[in-house]
Write a protein that binds this ligand. Structure first.
Ligand SMILES: [Ca+2]
Ligand SMILES: [Ca+2]
Ligand SMILES: [Ca+2]
Length: 507
């Protein structure tokens, strides 16, 4: 609870009304009507674009059903084969398809999605998979609406009230059916995945009725991407990260001594594609610090391999940029040449975080299937080391002495990402550490973690009355995001931080 209170006050930027099971009054009717009119237009466009050969044809939207395009959609953990368990399965109106985590992965895993334009969402209904011999059941989850944390909700069948403009939602799994609430160790020690079959977003349609929003996914097209160079370790900066829907994972050029001018990306699709526009998350979106310290592309060319490609200028912003091509292109391969860059304050690496293409009807990305190969390599390594005990599992540690209390969790995932969270309250001072990013193997007893470190601290003394729940000054004394790395040493029962970032985890 302390965690929720502090995070809410420190992180909440947008005011969002959210409650588990309670109804709230709605927002501006005018805005709703405008939004619905736009959605109707989108629906009519979609209706014209129905292709009988494409899958999901039977779920194609009715003319009067409000719809919205996804901008990003990813899951922090995906079971293999990944193509069977993609997060988009929660939006296909089919209860038999679902997103599932890697076996044993549950607490702190989640599913993120954002819309191109904010949508007024009345309520959200999340259908978790019931427990069985092959599935562990989710019992509690937490919603982050537009990045703001809400209270933890029990996984029930009834919709949860939202009543707000929604740009993004992250559903974080908090607890599962057979989880034990240990003070230290792996609290979900089983080896089953958890899953969600459907997420239904309820909106008000033109007639004033509550109806499900038809969510339009980003299509995945098979192919591969080749970069002129890639920073080591490649598994942390791979060009596949251009298309993983995670804006904080990016491709970095590999020539550290020289600028990114002259670097290039070539996109190969298994079948010919039409491209009218592309959307680019230019620079490193892991944090504002990552963005400014690395290079961004300022001028690029984009075309098919056989022609003189037109040149486009890119603004220096963390907002995604939509570039309409001078002439629509068709082909199986396309080249993006980086001609000029915006200087990085620290590094000579040009970075692009995310790319999408538009074919006139829908947005699509390139799916190489490479993440599964990299995941299998990590699992093979783990199976021969003590890491086998904790890979993909949340490790929990806590201590409470009255004057020094802490809680911390760590997940090292087989997909090469990690998340570390720590809350400490010591003699009236409070500090939260939130770190995430990539990790790489050093040897059979050590890994290196690196990425973003967010520290929030409040060091006021006796002025806080814990019973009032209100602080005299809500702004934290420390709120800093930095680039960091650390070495984690591990053996058969313990993980330690070389830099002292966290207390030892035991498992
Ligand atoms: Ca489904
Ligand atoms: Ca990415
Ligand atoms: Ca470079």
């Amino acid at each position: 609870m302390k965690k929720s209170v502090l995070l809410l006050s420190a992180l909440a930027v947008l005011s969002v009304t959210l409650s588990c099971g309670e109804e709230e009054t709605s927002k501006s009717q005018v805005n709703e009507e405008q939004m619905i009119e736009e959605q109707i237009e989108e629906d009519q466009m979609d209706e014209e674009q129905v292709n009988a050969e494409e899958e999901n044809t039977e779920e194609t939207v009715l003319v009067d059903a409000p719809s919205a395009f996804l901008e990003l959609c990813y899951a922090t953990s995906i079971n293999m084969p990944e193509s069977s368990f993609y997060p988009e399965n929660v939006f296909d109106n089919n209860p038999d398809t679902y997103w599932a985590t890697m076996p044993g992965a549950a607490p702190d895993e989640g599913l993120f999605f954002s819309f191109e334009e904010p949508v007024i969402i009345n309520a959200i209904k999340i259908d978790v998979l019931p427990g069985s011999s092959s599935i562990e059941e989710i019992t509690y989850y937490q919603l982050y609406i537009n990045g703001s944390e809400s209270t933890i909700c029990r996984a029930v069948e009834e919709p949860i009230s939202i009543n707000a403009w929604v740009k993004s939602i992250f559903v974080r799994i908090d607890a599962t059916d057979s989880m034990e609430f240990l003070a230290n160790g792996i609290r979900y020690a089983g080896s089953l995945p958890v899953g969600i079959s459907e997420i239904t977003l309820l909106v008000i349609n033109e007639e004033g009725n509550e109806v499900p929003l038809q969510v339009q996914p980003i299509r995945r097209i098979n192919g591969h991407v080749q970069a002129s160079s890639c920073l080591e370790p490649i598994e942390a900066y791979h060009p596949d990260f251009l298309f993983d829907s995670r804006s904080e994972f990016a491709w970095n050029d590999g020539n550290q001594a020289s600028s990114g001018e002259g670097e290039s990306l070539t996109f190969f699709f298994d079948q010919a594609q039409r491209i009218e526009k592309f959307k680019i998350w230019n620079g490193y979106h892991r944090s504002q610090t990552h963005f400014s310290q690395n290079e961004r592309a300022s001028m690029i060319s984009f075309g098919t391999e056989s022609e003189n490609a037109p040149v486009y200028r890119l603004a220096d912003t963390m907002e995604p940029l939509v570039i309409t091509l001078n002439t629509p292109l068709e082909g199986r391969s396309f080249v993006m040449d980086i001609l000029e860059i915006h200087d990085g304050a620290m590094y000579n690496d040009v970075v692009i975080s995310e790319l999408q293409f538009f074919n006139g009807e829908e947005w699509f990305v390139l799916d190489s299937g490479g993440s599964e190969t990299r995941k299998r390599d990590v699992l093979n390594w783990a199976h021969n080391t003590y890491a086998d005990a904790f890979i993909d599992k949340q490790i929990f540690a806590s201590l409470s002495t009255g004057w020094d209390d802490y809680t911390q969790t760590l997940v090292l995932r087989s997909n090469g990402s990690f998340i570390l969270w720590k809350h400490r309250e010591q003699d009236g001072d409070e500090e939260i550490i939130y770190a995430d990013g990539n990790w790489q193997i050093i040897d059979d007893n050590a890994v290196k973690i690196f990425g973003r470190l967010h520290r929030i601290g409040r060091y006021s003394q006796a002025s806080y009355d814990p019973y009032s729940g209100v602080r005299p000054d809500q702004s934290p004394d420390l709120d800093r995001v930095s680039i960091f790395n650390d070495i984690l040493q591990f053996d058969s029962c313990r993980i330690s931080s070389e830099s002292g970032l966290f207390e030892d985890f035991e498992f």
